[in-house]
Write a protein that binds this ligand. Structure first.
Ligand code: PGA
Length: 248
C-alpha cells in the first residue's frame, strides 16, 4: 500500500513572519486529520525556524535543492549534511526550474541524488516534458531518458518520483487525469524495469497547477500517489484542502 505523499514547494516565497502566519492557520486545519505524508519545502532561509515550528506535528521538512559536494569552497551552496542538520528529511532534486534557469543537467541531478542519499535524505526526483516535446510525441522518450540518467546507480529506498509536465507548472493548465495516469503508468513501468517488484511500492506524485478544485480527480487516478504543489501551497486554507483530498 502506498501512503499518499502531499508536498508543498514554496519556491522563492515567504519571509519568517509570513511563514509563521501560514503555520498558525495550517497546523490546526490539518492536525490529526490526514493519513497522508505532508511535506513542506520552504526556502533555505526558513528551514531552521520551520523545523522548530513543526516539531510535534506530522509535517515533514524538505529542501528545494542541494549541492552534491560534502563541504568546501563552493560559495553560496548548501550540502546534504547541512540540510540534515536543519531537520530536513527530504530534498527536491531536478525541478524543471533548476534545469531551465540554472543549467542543471541529468548528470548533475544524478550527482545530487547520490550525495543526498549518502547523507540519509529522502529524494523527491522531478521529471517532465516541455510542451514542444509533448507536441512532437516525445513525452515517453524524455521521461525514459531522465529516469535512466537521473537514477543511474541509485537504489530505490526513500525515493519519490514527481511527474511535472513543464507546460503545466505555474500556468493554470493541469494535465488531464488521463494524461497524468498515462504518464504515471509509463513511469511505473520504467521503475519496474529498473528495480523489479519493489517499484510498485514507490510513490509517483503529480505536479503542475494542482489546486483544491482538481486534487480529488487527480488523486483518483490509480498511479497518482500524491502531488507536488507550488502556487496553491502558499495559502494555508488551500493547501489544507489539498492535504484533505477526498478519496473516491
Ligand atoms: P505550480 O508548481 O503548482 O505552481 O504549478 C508546481 C511545481 O513547480 O512544483
Amino acid at each position: 500500500m502506498r501512503k499518499p505523499f502531499i508536498a508543498a514547494n514554496w519556491k522563492m516565497n515567504k519571509t519568517l513572519s509570513e511563514m509563521k502566519d501560514f503555520f498558525t492557520v495550517f497546523i490546526p486545519l490539518t492536525v490529526n486529520k490526514s493519513n497522508a505524508d505532508i511535506v513542506i519545502a520552504p526556502p533555505f532561509t526558513l528551514l531552521n525556524p520551520a523545523s522548530e515550528i513543526i516539531k510535534g506535528t506530522k509535517i515533514i521538512l524538505a529542501a528545494q535543492d542541494v549541492f552534491y559536494e560534502e563541504k568546501g569552497a563552493y560559495t553560496g551552496e548548501i550540502s546534504p549534511l547541512m540540510l540534515v542538520d536543519t531537520g530536513c528529511q527530504y530534498v527536491i532534486i531536478g525541478h524543471s526550474e533548476r534545469r531551465q534557469y540554472f543549467g542543471e543537467t541529468d548528470e548533475i541531478v544524478n550527482k545530487k541524488i547520490i550525495a543526498s542519499k549518502k547523507a540519509g535524505l529522502g529524494i523527491i526526483f522531478c521529471i517532465g516534458e516541455s510542451l514542444q516535446e509533448r507536441e512532437a510525441g516525445r513525452t515517453f522518450e524524455v521521461l525514459q531518458k531522465e529516469i535512466q540518467k537521473g537514477l543511474n546507480e541509485i537504489e530505490p529506498s526513500k525515493l519519490v518520483i514527481a511527474y511535472e509536465p513543464i507546460w503545466a507548472i505555474g500556468t493554470g493548465k493541469t494535465a488531464t487525469t488521463e494524461q497524468a495516469q498515462e504518464a504515471h503508468s509509463f513511469i511505473r513501468k520504467q521503475l519496474i524495469k529498473l528495480y523489479g517488484n519493489i517499484a510498485s511500492e514507490l510513490c509517483i506524485i503529480y505536479g503542475g497547477s494542482v489546486t483544491p478544485e482538481n486534487i480529488d480527480s487527480l488523486m483518483a487516478c490509480e498511479d497518482v500517489d500524491g502531488v507536488l504543489v507550488g502556487g496553491a501551497s502558499l495559502k494555508p486554507e488551500s493547501f489544507a484542502r489539498i492535504v484533505d483530498f477526498k478519496q473516491s
